[in-house]
Design a protein around this ligand. Structure first.
Ligand code: AQP
Length: 354
């Protein structure tokens, strides 16, 4: 069998307003990859009930994330946009992966430790198994590339571990059925059913930090709204949040090295670089030696210029609920057909009688 066809998959949880971190860490990459790859972008509503079961309006949140995808420039005709719960094959494969993965692997996940906090015994079983469902999201399409922020790196390593173990555990069946694919695992040539998916984590803003604490990542669930710039914020809110962003009293350094141990300054420089499409070195070349009283207004102006059109487009698309629902329905049908084709083989490999 020939090599895996390059395919991009990624997902975003409908757990709140999308913020600048989601935009720079994920959405801008989703958009850029559309020209070179077939892409599947998913609103992962099943993931959103792992940390908190009951949401005020999960359906509206799902529509809102979809509107953000479309407003950012994702083309739902050329590619696939859908919500996870519409394609039950994700859950079916996740169950098999729950039996492939080891509890020790899940216990080591830093996101689980962060989200479960001190009361681990009381966290949902779904939160522990989150990476198994994420592996299923990706591998049910046999996706080869996943654009994500840096926080998802560990989950993607686990996705490769699950694929490797499945390929090894079922190597005999895969060979008997003749449905293995040759691939490279490092320098070693191996044969298996699932690809060893590559994460795509690069650029100056793979981990955008909170505007209130440069050591914490910008997050939808941070109780302080001042900690993040939401894609729905208007120009005044964006400017206010950047003005109030925590910084130290020093001017910006004249060398990139001078940002070490200055997490807030480093974060704002990274955001500027990512929004303007230049390197952090270039930002330092332009603003080195300047005070934040000069840098922050320039950053605010840039952020408003880049985000205001997306925010306006999001509002326009959100008002057309029928269109958003039609995109998800159509995407769900196309995704479902692809997922079912994979699951037909997976059921044969595992030995389920159908
Ligand atoms: N701060 C960030 N910087 C860069 N990328 C980020 N991503 C999230 N935060 C940052 C990337 O955005 C994509 C979607 O994330 P998600 O909503 O599925 O889950 P998350 O990582 O748990 O996002 P949040 O905002 O932190 O949500 P909560 O507060 O609900 O946990 C992913 O590619 C992620 O890497």
């Amino acid at each position: 069998m020939t090599a895996f066809k390059p395919l991009v998959f990624s997902g975003v949880q409908p757990t709140g307003n999308l913020h600048l971190g989601n935009y720079l860490g994920a959405l801008t990459k989703f958009v850029a990859l559309q020209d070179s790859h077939d892409c599947i972008y998913c609103v992962v509503d099943m993931h959103s009930i792992t940390a908190q079961l009951v949401h005020a309006d999960l359906i509206e949140q799902t529509r809102s994330i979809t509107a953000a995808f479309l407003a950012s420039g994702i083309d739902p005709k050329k590619h696939i946009v859908f919500n996870q719960s519409r394609v039950p094959q994700h859950a079916e494969l996740a169950w098999i992966f729950n039996c492939v993965a080891r509890i020790g692997w899940m216990n080591r996940m830093t996101q689980f430790k962060d989200k479960a906090g001190k009361d681990r015994e009381n966290a949902s079983l779904g939160l522990l198994a989150y990476p198994s469902l994420m592996a299923a999201d990706i591998l049910v399409y046999r996706a080869t590339h996943v654009p994500v922020g840096d926080d998802q790196k560990q989950h993607l390593e686990l996705t490769r571990d699950i694929a490797t173990k499945f390929n090894n555990d079922f190597s005999g069946r895969i060979a008997d059925l003749g449905i293995g694919v040759d691939m490279m695992n490092g320098d070693e040539k191996v044969n298996g059913f699932f690809p060893l998916t590559e994460p795509l984590i690069e650029g100056p803003a793979t981990r955008v930090m909170s505007l209130r604490d440069g050591t914490k990542k910008m997050s939808k669930s941070d109780p302080s709204d001042l900690s993040r710039i939401n894609l729905t914020d208007d120009a005044d809110e964006i400017s206010k949040k950047i003005r109030k962003a925590k910084t130290d009293p020093e001017a910006l350094p004249s060398e990139l090295d001078g940002l070490k141990d200055r997490p807030e300054a480093e974060n704002l420089v990274g955001i500027f670089a990512a929004l303007s499409g230049v390197t952090r070195e270039q930002v330092i070349a332009d603003f080195g030696g300047q005070q934040f009283s000069v840098f922050k207004p320039a950053l605010a102006e840039l952020a408003v210029e880049k985000l205001a059109p997306i925010s306006a487009e999001m509002r326009r698309i959100s008002d057309d609920r029928a269109y958003v629902d039609a995109v998800l329905r159509d995407g769900g049908e196309r995704a479902g057909a692809l997922a079912e084709a994979t699951m037909k083989d997976v059921r044969r490999i595992v030995g389920f009688l159908h």
